[in-house]
Design a protein around this ligand. Structure first.
Ligand code: NAX
Length: 328
């Protein structure tokens, strides 16, 4: 048995929390030899729901679940944490301007960044899920000066997995046979799901498989707008698939990505591929030694670059709006 890993989940009383915590407690993040200590953070209105989840976690009698604690105070929730999964966020409500949404979330992710900075374990790794995820990650990292910025990420693994599923349907192969998919940019509908490096059963897609009209009119909008489709069909936003993507992201961060493949995650840009430095941008990434590495030296077409620029312009606009409000 390995040393236990401490995982703090914010928004633990919400729907993603409910889909995430049981799998985390069952060992899906770190494998079957690593016990997990769960710390659940909620706002006072959500604490009862989080306590309910804790009772059910108890009733699963998971052998790997070393402890479950519920908090409504960030400093305590992040005490000694190794992995912070920041799910809880202020949703957009009717009549709310984008500026108000950014400000409300800065009021959450700024203090949480500071609480992580002051209380978390030395090796803490953070994944931001609550939207707008990329900019919330920027705000959190800006308030955590003692934590290397490469410990902060925003989740785009759900977009990546959505793309794999669409390609699996299109080419009639299991998702496990599809490699080198890439999500670029913001976790929003400006994202660029890029198949130009995709291989199916190890072979790059041939010209005829890269049907441009299908890519432009079906594949890209399907992936980029899938969140809205789920809301329309299910009557609630993605939860189990989001939780699954969080598990995949944390798992790969600790265990590494498979040789010959990569995945997608939003990490701090240092200007790679012409992106603006200083925003959290999704890139194709590998993980090894507990760190993400942006896949280098991929060729990008002019069209790909212009699609990516649309998304990074949105990231810059979000950053500027937050900076203007004095929240960075
Ligand atoms: P829910 O509304 O079901 O749950 C959110 C929970 O967070 C609530 O229980 C609430 O009390 C709690 N909360 C709010 N502020 C908090 C704070 N300051 N500290 C701790 N807890 C707090 O939402 P859910 O469906 O779970 O979604 C959560 C977030 O994930 C949303 O922002 C959503 O937009 C985002 N998503 C991000 C995805 C991604 O791929 N990055 C995909 C799924 C999802 O849409």
């Amino acid at each position: 048995r390995n040393q236990p890993v401490t995982v703090t989940v914010t928004g633990a009383g919400g729907q993603i929390g409910y889909a995430l915590l049981f799998r985390a407690a069952a060992g899906a993040m770190f494998g079957s030899h690593t016990p997990v200590r769960l710390r659940l953070l909620e706002i006072p209105a959500g604490v009862r729901a989080a306590h309910g989840v804790a009772l059910e976690l108890d009733d699963c009698a998971f052998p790997l679940l070393a402890s479950v604690d519920v908090f409504d105070e960030a400093d305590r929730a992040f005490d000694g944490t190794d992995v912070a999964v920041l799910v809880g966020a202020r949703p957009r409500t009717a009549g709310m301007e984008r500026k108000d949404l950014l400000a409300a979330n800065a009021g959450i992710f700024g203090p949480q960044g500071r609480a992580i900075n002051d209380n978390a374990g030395d090796d803490v790794r953070i994944v931001v899920v609550g939207n707008p995820a990329n900019t919330n990650a920027l705000i959190a990292s800006a308030h955590a000066p003692d934590i290397p910025v490469d410990r902060f990420t925003a989740l785009t693994r759900l977009d990546h997995n959505r793309a794999l599923a669409q390609l699996s349907h299109r080419f009639g192969v299991d998702t496990g046979h599809i490699t080198r998919m890439a999500i670029w940019g913001n976790h929003s509908n400006t994202q660029f799901p890029d198949v130009s490096n995709v291989a199916v059963k190890g072979s790059p897609l041939a010209g005829s498989q890269l049907d441009r009209a299908w890519l432009r009119d079906e594949f890209i909008p399907k992936v980029a707008d899938r969140g809205a489709e789920i809301i329309a069909v299910r009557g609630a936003s993605s939860a189990a698939s989001a939780a699954n993507a969080i598990i995949d992201h944390v798992h790969d961060w600790f265990k590494g990505t498979p040789a010959g493949d990569w995945t997608s995650a939003a990490v701090m840009s240092r200007g790679e591929y012409g992106t603006p430095a200083g925003v959290f941008c999704s890139f194709p990434v590998t993980a090894s030694g507990g760190a993400w590495h942006i896949v280098p030296d991929l060729k990008m077409s002019d069209e790909a670059r212009s699609r990516l620029a649309i998304s990074t312009d949105e990231l810059l606009a979000e950053r500027a709006a937050v900076a203007e409000l004095g929240l960075l």
